[in-house]
Write a protein that binds this ligand. Structure first.
Ligand SMILES: [Zn+2]
Length: 247
């Protein structure tokens, strides 16, 4: 037979255990809610376009969370960014029927791992990146100045310094009408917004960069790294123009 003291101790032990049990359930619930909220937010924020053709001379490749782009003219091919990994980039290139060896030049918007992940497939190619970018093995790269124009057998690639997300971030205007912006900005429901503030090197600079891009004329397609592209550049970026057009 248990004494009253033993019975009391047993009851109080059970009560303490129950308290911990409830606390544990609340903590796990809060953690699950936080993870779920993060996933929902992330799914809304990141929306890369599926691998395929954009036009006769432009293809998009989805490597996980990132888009990179192949631009072709005749037999010449260049690549803008290399995605998250060699494996995913190879798979994407195979889907659109392109051999990595057929790409002669790679233009990187910046050197974050999700943009430079497939670079090792291009030891045969010329690798180009913005002048202030930091890369491993810099001797393997050509660093482009702001405004520098590269001609790849008739493909005209105009490098524009677009600091903010990263200091050396560079966008490219190809053949004077296709603007590849990497992580300089994002698209949300067809409108330009700055890309993720918490991972931006200088968020104010990022906004100035978007204002500068808003002054560009004759852009037919605006491409991003994480939200696909839009064929309505003027409308997408109109809120960033310093002087709104009257026409
Ligand atoms: Zn990125």
């Amino acid at each position: 037979m248990r004494s009253d003291a033993q019975k009391y101790k047993l009851v109080s032990d059970i009560q303490i255990l129950m308290q911990w049990y409830y606390i544990l359930i609340i903590v796990i619930g809060a953690l699950l809610f936080a993870i779920l909220s993060l996933v929902v937010w992330y799914m809304n924020y990141i929306s890369p376009y599926p691998t395929g053709k954009v036009s006769d001379n432009i293809s998009v490749i989805k490597t996980g969370i990132v888009n990179c782009y192949v631009y072709s003219k005749g037999s010449k091919r260049i690549l803008i960014d290399t995605g998250t990994s060699t494996k995913k980039l190879l798979k994407g290139l195979a889907t659109i029927g392109i051999e990595p060896e057929s790409i002669s030049n790679v233009f990187l918007t910046h050197s974050d791992p999700d943009h430079i992940g497939g670079i090792s497939l291009f030891s045969h190619a010329k690798r180009n990146i913005g002048e202030k970018s930091k890369v491993k093995n810099p001797e393997k790269y050509q660093f482009l100045d702001d405004g520098e124009i590269t001609d790849v057998n008739g493909i005209k690639i105009h490098a524009i310094s677009t600091p903010g997300h990263r200091l050396g971030h560079t966008a490219y205007i190809i053949d004077e009408e296709f603007l590849f912006t990497g992580d300089a900005l994002r698209l949300k429901k067809g409108e330009v917004q700055p890309f993720l503030r918490i991972i931006s090197s200088d968020f104010e600079k990022q906004k100035r960069t978007i204002e500068m891009l808003a002054e560009l004329d004759n852009i037919s397609i605006l491409f991003t790294a994480h939200n696909g592209f839009t064929t309505n550049f003027d409308k997408a970026i109109e809120n960033w123009k310093k002087v709104k057009r009257k026409d």
